[in-house]
Every structure is written in C-alpha cells, then in structure tokens.
Design a protein around this ligand. Structure first.
Ligand SMILES: Nc1ncnc2c1ncn2[C@@H]1O[C@H](COP(=O)(O)OP(=O)(O)OP(=O)(O)O)[C@@H](O)[C@H]1O
Length: 483
C-alpha cells in the first residue's frame, strides 16, 4: 500500500488559454479516480490516483478528501504533511490559500483557511480539561535559503535533526494563535513577505517554496500527559520551462534554483520507490533544503498527501504530463524502514499518547539499529523499559535529551561496573596468590580446603573471570560503536 495519498487537480481553462488555444483540453475523465490524458503527439495515457478533482471541483471537496484526515490525526498527536505540486500557474496557491487568505468567500477558502477552522473547531469540541496550544511558523525556501516569514532578519534558518522530534528549524519564530481570526491575520502577514514575481505564465508567481507549520500541543491535565502533532502545509514553487515563462536575469536564476530543488525532490522519490523495504539504502535528502525539510514527510514518519495541480489545456500538456508522472511515482513510495504504520494502528488501540511514546522509542531504536547489532538493541530496549525514562509521559518534550542521557548513563555505569569488577578480580587474584604462598610455605593444604569451604577461592575467582569476560564481550562493540 502506498504511504502517500496522491490526488490530481485540474483547474478551469484560463482566459489566456481559451483565447490562444480555444477550448481544447488534454484530459478525458473516466471517474473520480482515473482519466485518459492525451499528450501533444496525440498519444493516450491512462492515469489513476486516489482521487481526481476536475475543473468544477470545489475547494471543500479537495480539503475534505486530502487534508481533513491528516489534520484530525495531527490534532491527535501525529505528524502530517500536505503538499501542492505543479507547473507555474497550475493552481497550487489557489488550492492552498484561495484567491486571498483574508478576503475570501466561504466557497473559495483554500486548504489553509479550512485547516485553521478545523483545528479551532476540534479544540472547541474537546474535553474542557485539555489545555491547547496552537503555534504557527512560516518559512520559505528562496534561492536555497530558509527564510523566516515572520521575521525577515532570520534569513538563513538552519535545519536540524532531532532523534526524537525529527527535522526541526532552528530558532524559527513560533506565533501562538488563539482563534481562527488571529491565525489568519498571522498567515496574511507571513504571505505578504513571500517572494513573488511576475512571469509570462502567472502574474503573481511564487518564486519560493512556502511551508506553513502548525504545532498542536495538548496538555491532558487529568492524565498528566502532553501530546503534540505537527502539521506542514507546503506550497511548492512552480516547475517551469525557462522559455515558456520568459525568464531572464534574476527570474531565470530563481527558476534554475526552483527546478534544481524540485529535481532533488524527484530524486528522493525515485530513491524511495526503488529501494527494497527493510534494507538500508541511501536517500539523497541532503541534496536540497526542500528535501531535507520534507525528509520526515517522505520517509515515513508522517502522514502525507500530495496534490498534483495541472492545467487542462493542450498548450500545457507536456508540463501536465510531467506533473502527473511525478504524482504516479510518489504513489509508489512504500512504507520505509522507518515508517510507523504498524505502531500507528497499535497506538490507536491504546490511545493517542501511546502513539507518541511508541514512535519516539521506535525512532531511537531505529537509530540504534543502524549502528548496533540486534542483540545489543534488544538489550537496550529492555533497559529503556526498565529505566522508565523514555516511557515517562511527562518527558515527551525531553525525549531527545533522555535518549542521550540513557545511552551515556548506561555506557558510563556499565564501564564503571567493568572497572570495579576488574579491580575486584585483581584483588582476589593477589589475595589468592598470597594465600597459596602462605599455604605452600606452611605445607598445610588440607587446612586451606577447610578454610575456603567446598567451592574454594580459586573456583570463585574462576567464575568471576568467566562472567567478566562475558560482560566485556557484550559491552565492547556497543561502547566502541557509540563513541
Ligand atoms: N481551481 C481553480 N478555480 C479557479 N481559478 C483557479 C483555480 N486554480 C487556479 N486558478 C487561478 O489560476 C491562476 C494561477 O493559479 P495559482 O496562482 O494558484 O498558480 P500556482 O500554481 O500557485 O502558480 P505559481 O507556481 O506560479 O505560484 C490564478 O489566477 C488562480 O486564481
């Protein structure tokens, strides 16, 4: 089963397309999951997606199918990502924001406004004892730099990877929002800071990839637990051909950077669909800022949906075909070795918080699996449970530190134990040697046997030595792999 929900959306023909190329369209719908696509050489291709939204589709339909399940899961502590992809002018921003984030009638509201409404609606209908916090961040990747759209002085945000929380944007502004109106105002101010330019394909073309990040945190006061879900909405910059967009100078440079990062995204998707599940293989996430930020979304640690936006016009059939092929490849991304699918259903059985702690422990164990052999990982798993640090409900925020702590503490305390045992063995050996010398000198071997009892010091020392070498052979590969 695919790890990603992939949908295709065709916007209505634009007036420019109508006047230059008439009403000819390159698609013939079969049903709401498949259609026939005719390319510029009149060749037919059949495409199938999780859902196809034709020209007359409503914004609400797109939201309900694509985003709503992911938002509800994010509200319950799971991470989710919704991405719009497609050629310049294909309808990505329209799907995300509608015609305008603030001045927009109900019917045309995009994914963003509906997401905000849904989050606050879920909040209102939840148990009164739950304390909610919704935080919002907005960044754009412009010319391969991550810019904070709430604070333009932060124009080179660094991407970090936390073992527990996954990919993080270091020092990004987080705005607390308390109702829909406030959230939309914040979104509007961030959007006004986006890099937008005019191309021949689109009067207001996005020159950057824009990422909206909602963090929903809930304090379950009764249970003394905290759970948090992160929701990413990603409006990608348009894939475009320089000659079609009439790009030159700065716009051409922007286009090259955009295309490079979209190629990197394609390469990551190819790598993810080529590898065999369960085997370690290289995924080039680090080839671009975009793929690095989307690492969790694509690599299986998040529920993800992709909306492939297309023009229906025959004049754009080459670009639409390329978008649809991209979507088809993404559909084949399988649950990766790091995916939490089975844990997810297990988590649902036990309640939502369980998902967070299972996922956290699973992430840590996966990291360790990369470095240690199975036996040692199993031992550590037992140790985590024994120590109870990872399973402490109040330490969810600090799991990353807890991981470092438990690993270091364990190694250190085991090393101390080994040192103590080595010292004890040395002492016993010299004591034994001294005793033997004394006994030999006194010629009273029988008396020694009585004094030492049935086992005798020699056999005790022998046993300790055996146990020690067993312990050293266990800890040695573990501590050398971790340092
Ligand atoms: N489903 C739709 N219904 C009506 N109009 C649409 C629809 N989709 C897009 N449009 C219109 O098409 C034009 C281009 O759309 P939009 O700006 O969303 O493209 P885009 O893919 O975001 O382009 P870019 O990558 O250049 O930013 C806009 O004027 C928008 O209002």
């Amino acid at each position: 089963m695919s790890n990603i929900t992939v949908c295709a959306r065709f916007r209505p023909l634009s007036s420019k397309e109508r006047s230059n190329h008439g009403d000819s369209v390159c698609i013939h719908g079969i049903d709401n999951e498949s259609f026939i696509f005719k390319d510029d050489k009149e060749e037919n291709f059949k495409f199938g997606f999780d859902r196809v939204f034709y020209e007359k589709s409503e914004q609400a339909e797109v939201f309900e199918f694509l985003a709503l399940p992911i938002i509800r899961d994010a509200f319950n502590g799971m991470n989710g990502t919704v991405i719009t992809y497609g050629q310049t002018g294909a309808g990505k921003t329209f799907s995300m924001e509608g015609p305008s984030i603030l001045a927009c009638d109900e019917q045309k509201k995009g994914l963003l406004q509906r997401t905000v409404d849904e989050l606050f609606d879920c909040m209102k209908s939840s148990d009164a004892s739950v304390k909610f916090t919704i935080k919002l961040s907005m960044v754009e990747i412009y010319m391969e730099k991550v810019r904070d759209l709430f604070d333009l002085s932060r124009d080179n945000i660094q991407i970090k990877e936390s073992r527990v929380q996954g990919i993080l944007l270091s020092g990004v502004t987080e705005i607390y929002v308390f109702n829909s109106a406030e959230a939309l105002q914040s979104l509007a101010s961030g959007i006004s800071n986006r890099a937008v330019g005019e191309t021949q394909m689109n009067m207001a073309s996005s020159r950057s990839h824009c990422i909206y990040i909602f963090t929903v945190q809930q304090e379950l006061t009764k249970e003394k637990r905290v759970k948090a879900g992160k929701l990413l909405l990603v409006d990608l910059a348009g894939s475009e051909k320089a000659e079609k967009t009439g790009a030159e100078g700065k716009v051409l440079e922007e286009a090259k950077t955009i295309n490079k990062s979209l190629s990197a995204l394609g390469n990551v998707i190819s790598a993810l669909t080529c590898g065999s599940p369960g085997k370690a293989f290289h995924i080039p996430y680090r080839d671009s800022k975009l793929t690095r930020i989307l690492q969790d979304a694509l690599g299986g640690n998040s529920r993800t949906a992709l909306l492939c936006c297309c023009s229906p016009s025959t004049s754009n059939s080459a670009e639409s075909l390329s978008t649809l092929r991209f979507g088809t490849r993404a559909k084949h991304i399988k649950a990766s070795p790091h995916a939490h699918c089975s844990k997810e259903s297990n988590a649902k059985k036990h309640g939502v918080y369980e998902a967070t702690k299972d996922e956290s422990m699973e992430r840590i164990l996966n990291k360790l699996r990369e470095r240690l052999d199975v036996e040692n990982v199993n031992l550590l798993e037992e140790l985590f449970i024994m120590e109870g640090i990872i399973l402490d409900p109040n330490s969810v925020e600090d799991l990353d530190l807890a991981f470092e702590d438990v690993t270091l503490q364990t190694i250190t305390s085991l090393q101390h134990m080994v040192e103590d045992l080595v010292r004890a063995v040395e002492e016993l050996k010299s004591e034994n040697k001294a005793l033997k010398t004394r006994i030999a000198a006194a010629g009273k071997i029988d008396a020694f046997h009585k004094e030492a009892g049935e086992n005798g010091y020699a056999s005790i020392v022998h046993k300790i030595s055996d146990r020690l070498s067993h312990l050293v052979s266990w800890i040695w590969p573990f501590s050398s792999a971790t340092h």
